[in-house]
Design a protein around this ligand. Sequence first.
Ligand code: C2E
Ligand code: CA
Ligand code: CA
Ligand code: CA
Length: 286
Amino acid sequence: LKNGDIAMYQAKLDGKHGYRFYSLAMDQAVERRMHLEHELRGAWARGELDLVYQPVFRMEDNRLTGVEALLRWQHPVLGAVAPSVFIDVAEQSGLIDTIGPLVLEAACRQARAWQQALPAAAGLFVSVNVSPRQLRSAGFADEVRRALAATGLDARQLHIELTETAVIGDELRVGELLGGLRALGVKIWLDDFGTGFSGLSHLRRVPVDGVKIDRSFIADMLRDPDDLALTSAIISMGHSIGITVVAEGVETEGQFDILRERGCDLGQGYWLGHPLAPRAFEDLLR
Ligand code: C2E
Ligand code: CA
Ligand code: CA
Ligand code: CA
C-alpha cells in the first residue's frame, strides 16, 4: 500500500465532509481494506484463489447430486482470508467484475471434467454464487452463455445462487434477466433464504427454481420451536409452488433426520460433507 493512496483517500474524505476526522480504528479499517483490495487485484493471476467444492445430497436416498463452488484465498503473508471479507472487498471495489467470470468458467469446467471422467459424477450439477453487482452488470447473461459454451457444460447442470439482496429493488429487470437464463436451462436458487424481510413476496415476482434455507434456522431448529416451524413452513411453501428446497449447514444427524422427515429435497453441511479441494473430492467420488 502506497502512502499516496492513503493521502488520496483522505483528500476524498476531506472533500466530501469538509473536515478531516481522525479515528484510529477507522483509519486502520480503511487501511486494511485498501491493502486487501490491492493484494486481491493480482491474486487470481498469482494462483492464490482456488475453488473448493461442497457436496450436495438428495435427502430421500442420500445420493450425491451436485456441488457448490466456494472461493478460497490463500495469501502468502496474510494466510487464509475469510470469503465473507474478501468477497465484500471484491464487490465494493469492482474487482468482482473480473473475478466473477473467472469463477463461473472455472466451476463449469471442473463440473464438466468430473462428469466426463467419473461415473459417479454423471449428471452432477455445480452451483455458483453470484453477487449483486455481478448479477446487475450489463453482460451477465453473456458471461453465463460464454462459460457454458467454453466448457461444454449442459446449462441444466449449472445453478446460480443469489441472495435476496441481489434481487431486491430491481425486480422487473432482474426477473427478465433470470427468465432469460432459465430459458437456457440454468437453474436459479435463492441463497440464505428466510433472512430477508419479504422472501415470500419476492418469489411471486422473481422466477426461481429453488431456495436454500439459511443455516441459522437449521442450527437452531432442534432447540428453538420457532426455527423448526419456519423451516417446515419454507419446505411446504416451496413444494406448494413447485420449487426445490435445500437445507444448508446440516451439522448433525438429528438435523438431517428431521429435515428428511419434513420432506426437504436437498441437504448440504459439515455432517454430510465439508468443502473439498478438487483432488480430495475426486477421491470421495471414487
Ligand atoms: P454461502 O453461499 O452461504 O456458502 C455457504 C457457507 O457455509 C460456506 O462458507 C461454507 O463453507 C459454509 N458451510 C457449509 N456447511 C456448513 C456447516 O455445516 N456449518 C457451518 N457453520 N458452515 C457451513 P464460506 O466458504 O466461508 O463462504 C462464505 C460466503 O462467501 C458464502 O456463503 C458466499 O456468500 C460467499 N462466497 C463464497 N464463494 C463465493 C464466490 O465464488 N462468489 C461469490 N459471489 N460469493 C462467494
Ligand atoms: Ca451459496
Ligand atoms: Ca447460504
Ligand atoms: Ca432462533
